[in-house]
Write a protein that binds this ligand. Structure first.
Ligand SMILES: [Fe+2]
Ligand SMILES: [Fe+2]
Length: 291
């Protein structure tokens, strides 16, 4: 399979997630956060089974150490603002499209993927603390982006599982995972697949942009602080989970390159977060009741 044919193969798979109308209506409502009718949004979210409780469980997680429990969607919107709620709601909609699997039946690769995304989310929030972000929304937004950023990997694992082993075999010959994907998929990788999927779901451009450019922030036409934080967080999480992402013995060690760092995050800070990462990830998975 080459390049663009991958998209056709993914879409033809019987595992390709179908977006129910009630979810696509919500996506359409939150395109421009400041224009969203909050009452109507709250009603629509209530009408989707489990969506409201998933959003509230996320916001009220002990991880965020919020000063008080948020008891309604409208309260959550006042507490965090619609820009942050947009990212949280979309992350939970993606969760609805890819339901959680029983941990007992999860493959080694799925557990590694989960740890890498949670590692990225946790590292991003740690970086924002170091940067001294003032807005309380940042932590929630960065966490949601961390969980979402590699959605392209989930999509090809679900729809084209046979390609996973192919990519792994190219990685163990000493190639970076993104290079391995490009070789296996004929010139595209998980960032192209994730962005294509999010465009199909009509996700707003700010979300697609992070998914498409998290490995190359300078390619984005809308470079922003979130993009750089997610990009460095992804690098930190890759450093720790590099060996876990592949289940076979690596012939040559894989070099993971530091992305652009215009926020001037010192190496000592990156090393310090890296040291804490395994403990933080295990604790976070426990707080979010995953494993
Ligand atoms: Fe990635
Ligand atoms: Fe990643």
């Amino acid at each position: 399979m080459r390049g663009r044919h991958i998209f056709e193969a993914i879409e033809k798979s019987d595992k390709f997630p179908k977006m129910p109308k009630e979810l696509s209506d919500i996506v359409n409502m939150i395109q421009v956060p400041e224009e969203t009718d909050i009452d109507e949004l709250a009603d629509r979210i209530k009408n989707v089974v489990d969506l409201e409780s998933m959003i509230m469980d996320f916001i009220n997680s002990e991880f965020f150490k919020a000063p008080k429990k948020v008891t309604s969607l409208k309260e959550a919107i006042i507490f965090l603002g619609m820009n942050t709620m947009q990212v949280i709601i979309l992350a939970q909609i993606v969760n609805c499209l890819f339901p959680k699997e029983d941990p007992e039946s999860c493959t080694y690769q799925k557990i590694c993927y989960l740890k890498h995304t949670v590692g990225t989310a946790v590292a991003a929030t740690a970086l924002s603390e170091w940067l001294g972000e003032e807005s309380r929304s940042d932590k929630y937004e960065l966490f949601a982006y961390g969980v979402l950023h590699d959605i392209g990997v989930v999509l090809y694992e679900v729809c084209l599982p046979e390609m996973v082993d192919k990519v792994q075999d190219i990685i163990i010959r000493g190639n970076h995972p993104v290079v391995a994907e490009r070789i296996a998929f004929g010139g595209i990788d998980h960032t192209d697949i994730g962005a294509w999927f999010c465009r199909k779901l009509n996700f707003p451009p700010n979300i697609v942009d992070i998914i498409e450019n998290h490995h190359w922030p300078k390619k984005s036409t809308n470079i922003n602080k979130i993009m750089y934080i997610i990009s460095v967080a992804d690098y930190i999480s890759h450093l720790y989970y590099r060996d876990f992402l592949i289940k076979k013995k690596v012939e040559k060690p894989i070099k993971i390159y530091m992305p652009p760092n215009p926020l001037n995050i010192p190496h000592e800070v990156i090393d310090e977060i890296l040291c804490r990462l395994p403990g933080l990830v295990d604790e976070t998975l426990r707080l979010f009741k995953r494993f």
